[in-house]
Design a protein around this ligand. Structure first.
Ligand code: GTP
Length: 320
């Protein structure tokens, strides 16, 4: 978000870094897109276009010194009235599996209506998912009206999410840039600890590949982080939808290379008889399937690339 932070490579991140996915919901015109743009800025807007492999679109990424927030679209909760029954429940369940927190946008200048209440009841089904209420367009009302709306929103939260209500309530004006930073702050507070999911500031049309690489890397480091300090790089070589699958049951073949520096490290990653690598594959696959919303066949190959960290050519190939 800020213009003056130092670019950082994947693989290096400060203590206490948080990262995760969030999504804005709210009825049409609630100010979701404007807020997204205000948070992300023009510079790093990212679009993801892979309809056959993913059902959500990445709207943008907030890069901060202490966190990375990936803003994703959740189609369906935007226009609740056109969706009914099972379909909606599926979408809600999908949202549940994909994001770490939800920003529920409610305009300051409009009374809470049936559309908002409908969304609230749907969100209430997402147990233990933090919901942050964002009172948008705060510049359009005076202080008194804003205070009244904050009280009404608090009540909506208590009615739908039990006595604790919303995880937080923040007024904002994306247009006047009032409290935009605070919106980012409260969402970041809801994110789990973890590494950046994307390279800092990079524009890419293949964000999934980066996230998949990171999921594999995390799974491969699990439990052996000390033995493989900075010696593991992961590259997604290929992602192809499996041919001949029905539209309702797609499968994506993903081929991934894991680069280590020494054969002793290769042995650690693979484990006895390949047992560890199988576990790494299973764990990474679960995360990838959540991310893409489809079944995945994950093929992992461990390779030794000597001194890759010091070789610019290799580093380039590994996406650093
Ligand atoms: N005054 C003011 N207007 C805003 C603010 N945020 C959004 N708007 C206006 O509200 C209208 C709707 O904003 P969007 O960001 O497109 O709303 P949305 O929720 O993405 O709408 P859908 O795409 O229909 O779901 C636009 O005309 C915006 O300019 C704000 O903070 N202040």
């Amino acid at each position: 978000m800020s213009d003056n932070h130092t670019p950082r490579a994947l693989g290096e991140w400060p203590e206490g870094f948080r990262s995760g996915f969030t999504s804005f919901v709210g009825r049409p015109n609630a100010g979701k897109s404007t807020l997204t743009n205000a948070l992300v800025g023009q510079k790093v807007a990212i679009t993801s276009a892979k309809p056959q492999t993913t059902r959500h679109t990445i709207r943008g990424i907030v890069h901060r010194e202490d966190a990375q927030l990936v803003l994703v679209d959740t189609p369906g909760l935007h226009r609740p009235r056109t969706l009914l029954g099972q379909r909606l429940n599926d979408l809600v369940a999908e949202t549940l599996s994909e994001v770490d927190a939800i920003g529920f946008c409610l305009p300051a200048n409009e009374k809470i209506g049936p559309g908002d209440r409908f969304i609230a009841t749907q969100l209430a089904q997402l147990q233990r998912k933090p919901i942050v209420a964002i009172v948008t367009k705060a510049d359009l009302v005076d202080r008194e009206a804003l205070a009244a709306q904050l009280i009404a929103v608090t009540e909506l939260g208590n009615q739908n999410f039990g006595p604790n209500g919303f995880a937080a309530i923040v007024p904002v004006s994306a247009v006047k840039e009032f409290q935009v930073q605070e919106v980012a702050d409260v969402l970041v507070q809801q994110m789990p600890a973890g590494p950046p999911l994307y390279p800092d500031g990079e524009l890419t049309d293949e964000p999934e590949a980066k996230m998949i690489a990171e999921l594999v890397r995390e799974a491969a480091l699990e439990g052996v982080r000390d033995e493989l300090p900075h010696s593991l790089a992961v590259v997604v070589e290929e992602m192809v939808p499996r041919e001949g699958r029905s539209e309702n049951n797609p499968l994506v073949d993903i081929h991934v290379s894991l680069y280590v520096e020494r054969s002793s490290q290769k042995a650690i990653v693979i484990g006895r008889g390949g047992s560890r690598l199988r576990e790494v594959g299973t764990n990474a696959r679960k995360g990838i399937e959540k991310l893409l919303g489809t079944k995945v066949y994950l093929d992992l190959h461990v390779k030794v690339a000597k001194d890759w960290q010091r070789d610019p050519k290799q580093l380039g190939r590994l996406g650093f």
